[in-house]
Design a protein around this ligand. Structure first.
Ligand code: 13P
Ligand code: SF4
Length: 300
């Protein structure tokens, strides 16, 4: 039997669901039950009727699934798949920032540790950051850890945003000059970038979306060509969903190495052993759950 057949058989046996982020390797996306952005995957984790969730993504995503579904086994096939940005702020640093701004609400990007979510009032993703922040009654908002998403939210709300200086190395490396060069090469293409990009890159692009938003835009648009300013894994998803349209990465070195650590053999091993399991102690999970559920209640 092939690895794929073994995975499908074990999935059935364990009543498991495989969730994969849009940045996963093509063969991982193709074996998953659901491929999506962080918001779609959080929503799925909350409503799924499965005993086991195999999360093909990075640490904070599996933690979010474990927080939302404490009765399910959540397995991260590659234990060392982590998001560097999520670890750019510690709970102590956030507590110090809160002490400096006692009137401010605290919003954390979902790319954060469970401890940071537990210290926050509400969580958000790149798909709903503007709506989450706009829904708050406070005028001042501490926004951690991504400085670029914080700047994007600041531009699209009337709140005073107090950002943390974290960033995603994959998106923060993209430049406005790369956008101009890609446009010169593909003059008919629309340029879609992620809000984790720097403000000057966003200014140079046509549209800014989460990865799921890019997918919806590409389907609805009459354009035939697109320049994609996010991690290169997204290109597979876009091509698969839009035959006949062309997708060019803004830069081919936009690779999240942690997202690429998961492969079919690690998924197979995870289904055989139901390890490595991700768990969050209830004293942290309980508080973190409140900020995630508050986010999920915001209409987008
Ligand atoms: P979205 O898929 O939610 O847009 O997030 C991008 C990302 O960097 C996840 O780590
Ligand atoms: Fe983290 Fe960036 Fe990788 Fe997303 S793409 S998991 S934000 S390092």
């Amino acid at each position: 039997m092939s690895a794929i057949q073994d995975i499908l058989a074990l999935k059935e046996e364990h009543r498991a669901t495989i969730l994969a982020h849009n940045y996963q390797m093509p063969e991982v996306q193709d074996v998953a039950d659901l491929v999506g952005d962080s918001l779609e995957l959080s929503r799925a984790a909350a409503r799924l009727d499965a005993e086991v969730i195999v999360f093909c993504g990075v640490d904070f995503m599996a933690e979010t699934a474990a927080i939302l579904s404490p009765s399910k086994k959540v397995v991260l096939p590659e234990k060392g798949a982590w998001c560097p940005m999520a670890h750019m702020i510690s709970p102590e640093q956030l507590r110090d920032l809160k002490a400096l701004h006692p009137e401010a609400a605290v919003v954390c990007y979902v790319n954060s540790t469970a401890e940071i979510k537990a210290e926050s009032d509400v969580c958000c993703t790149s798909a709903n950051g503007v709506q989450v922040v706009s829904s708050l009654s406070e005028k001042e908002v501490i926004f951690v850890p991504d400085r670029n998403l914080a700047a994007y939210v600041a531009r699209h709300t009337d709140k005073k945003i107090i950002p943390w200086n974290g960033y995603c190395y994959v998106h923060d490396h993209m430049t406005a000059e790369q956008v101009r060069a890609a446009r010169a090469e593909h003059p008919l293409a629309e340029v879609l970038v992620h809000p984790e990009c720097r403000p000057e890159v966003i200014d140079e692009a046509d549209f800014t979306y989460s990865t799921a938003g890019m997918g919806r835009h590409a389907k609805a648009s009459t354009a035939r060509e697109f320049i994609i300013g996010t991690e290169v894994g997204m290109i597979h998803r876009l091509k698969k969903d839009n035959p006949g349209k062309e997708f060019y990465p803004l830069t081919s070195d936009a690779i999240c190495h942690n997202m690429k650590k998961t492969d079919l053999y690690k998924i197979l091993r995870a289904l055989q052993t139901l390890e490595p399991q991700v768990t969050v102690p209830e004293e942290i999970a309980g508080k973190a759950r409140r900020s995630i559920e508050r986010m999920l209640a915001v209409k987008v």
